[in-house]
Design a protein around this ligand. Structure first.
Ligand SMILES: Nc1nc2c(c(=O)[nH]1)N[C@H]1C(S)=C(S)[C@@H](COP(=O)(O)O)O[C@H]1N2
Ligand SMILES: [Mo]
Length: 515
């Protein structure tokens, strides 16, 4: 058609963006009915997370911190918008191009949705529904636009029906908005599972732990509290939308190299002897001085007991656990069976696990980094061997086994702080889970090491607060360094190692200016 060549530049992008918005709104509504992670933006994002090259996790965490997922989704939406604008422009020229463009989106979305490890055929529905809505909207809008008056020979006047197009676009946006709101309500309306969580009555531990000793928390403002409140606990995982696992239908299968494969329901789990344990969890991606470490009082079933009941074969050395969303984790069997408090945890600091921390059940194993021990939303444990199976992060360049490295961190003063001269408190935390911290030393401007005073720690499985409260800060720039010694006698090396492949090393160092 000739007329469309005179369509104003904004018409094509407008048509494309509105069609794309309608497609996303309708697919979100459909995802609300199927499941949230089948929303194509999420499915594509999840696939991108899994396909990302080794080192990408490290990069994303370093640059974006706990916002890494939002940044990824925003990035996908920006790319989507750019392509949508191009598709609309093409559609005004020839509708077949536009339709083909949207269909190509559909293929990408369906492929991503169907190749997720936990996918079923229904997961294609949200993308397909969105694609149909997008194509119909695209056709209607181009149709309306091109119904405009014939162009004048002078080339002036409306070559497209602006009014018709704008009314159509408003309609398309209304469709996007209404279906998007419905979809948002359905996908975040985790009401059934939330209600199940709220109504859980958790059993008490067989042998309750004594309350946390008062001496474990020095109560210094700015120092990490001994117990990290759930709301402040770091979160690291590959899930773009939190798995919604109903405890009433949850089961945990234990199989592989065992005499008696078992499948436990949540009720079965609660009937087992309940163990309470204070355990500090940390991430292998936590750089020296970083925030990905937290301490909680966990409640759960004893994982070793569950394994003994199943009868683990002598030659098995790995537990390959899988989460409801298909993430996998490889944990050394000998570590879990050596008598430490390895848990199938269902509560954290006195409440059912928060959704972000693995509701209804997660693993907790003191002494191992989270990526090899702390499977959230766990549903399956295959007893196997490290030479037969690989967990999620191993082919992505992370060590198959990940014992925690002894670490210490300065919380106070903050790096880059401006301080008044005089007596200044230096304080922080140190951890060497399942070994225990024996000493922490601090030095200023590479001077002599001074012993920090250690807070109490109820067991060797938690971090330990420390403080130096007699530093007389003099005006000028100062460098403060810390190093810890664990109960095996090992003192942290000064040598800087990056987080990959098996955890960072080096002394945390902060620079301050005293005036
Ligand atoms: N299902 C699932 N569990 C997971 C992960 C994950 O990506 N998926 N990440 C692990 C990693 S790398 C860490 S450090 C801990 C973090 O636990 P948190 O988010 O409760 O602090 O969870 C572990 N469990
Ligand atoms: Mo981690």
């Amino acid at each position: 058609m000739e007329s469309n060549r005179r369509a104003p530049g904004w018409a094509g992008p407008l048509i494309g963006l509105v069609s794309c918005a309608a497609a996303l709104g309708v697919s979100l509504a459909a995802a609300g009915l199927v499941r949230a992670s089948a929303f194509p933006v999420v499915a594509v994002g999840d696939a991108a997370v899994d396909l990302a090259p080794a080192g990408a996790k490290e990069f994303a965490i370093r640059v974006f911190g706990e916002n890494d997922k939002n940044v990824l989704v925003a990035g996908i939406l920006v790319v989507l918008a750019a392509i949508a604008a191009a598709i609309g422009t093409l559609a005004l020229r020839d509708l077949r191009y536009g339709t083909a463009g949207l269909a190509a989106f559909g293929v990408v979305g369906v492929s991503a949705a169907l190749t997720r490890p936990d996918a079923g055929v229904l997961d294609a529905v949200p993308t397909l529904a969105g694609m149909v809505a997008g194509i119909v909207t695209l056709r209607l809008l181009t149709g309306r636009a091109l119904r405009g008056p014939a162009p004048t020979t002078s080339g002036e006047g409306a070559a497209i029906d602006r009014r018709g197009l704008l009314i159509g676009a408003a309609g398309g946006l209304a469709l996007a908005g209404v279906s998007g709101v419905i979809g948002q309500a359905l996908t975040s309306g985790r009401s059934a599972v939330s209600a199940a969580r709220a109504s859980l009555r958790l059993p008490g531990p067989a042998t309750p732990l004594p309350p946390i000793p008062a001496g474990a928390d020095l109560r210094i403002k700015g120092l990490s509290p001994f117990v990290t409140p759930n709301a402040d606990f770091y979160r690291v995982d590959t899930a773009l939308v939190l798995p919604q696992v109903d405890p009433r239908s949850w089961t945990l299968r234990i199989h592989g190299m065992v005499d008696r494969p078992v499948e436990l329901t949540f009720a079965d789990l609660l009937k087992r002897p309940v163990v309470e344990a204070d355990v500090t969890l940390c991430c292998v991606s936590n750089d020296v001085g970083g925030p990905y470490v937290g301490n909680a009082r966990w409640l759960g079933a004893d994982l070793a007991g569950v394994l003994r009941d199943a009868g683990v074969h002598r030659d098995a050395d790995m537990l390959l656990s899988t989460s409801a969303d298909g993430w996998t984790c490889g944990t050394p069997v000998d570590v879990v069976l050596d008598g430490r408090d390895a848990l199938l945890a269902f509560a954290m600091n006195g409440e059912a696990l928060p959704f972000a921390h693995g509701f209804p059940v997660r693993q907790v194993v003191p002494g191992l980094y989270g990526y090899v021990s702390a499977t959230k939303w766990v549903t399956d444990i295959k007893v196997t061997r490290f030479d037969r199976d690989e967990a999620y992060w191993t082919p992505r360049g992370w060590a198959p086994k990940g014992p925690v490295k002894t670490e210490s961190r300065i919380d106070l003063p903050r790096d880059g702080a401006d301080l008044p001269a005089g007596r200044t408190v230096i304080a922080g935390v140190a951890w060497a889970q399942h070994k225990g911290i024996d000493a922490v030393e601090v030095r200023i401007d590479r001077g002599p090491w001074r012993q920090a005073r250690l807070a109490q720690a109820p067991t060797a499985d938690t971090w330990r607060q420390w403080v130096v409260d007699d530093w007389d800060a003099t005006p000028g720039e100062h460098t403060i360094e810390v190093r810890a010694t664990d109960a095996t006698g090992y003192t942290q090396t000064a040598e800087r190692a990056p987080v990959g492949p098996d955890g960072a090393t080096g002394w945390h160092t902060v620079d301050v200016r005293v005036t």
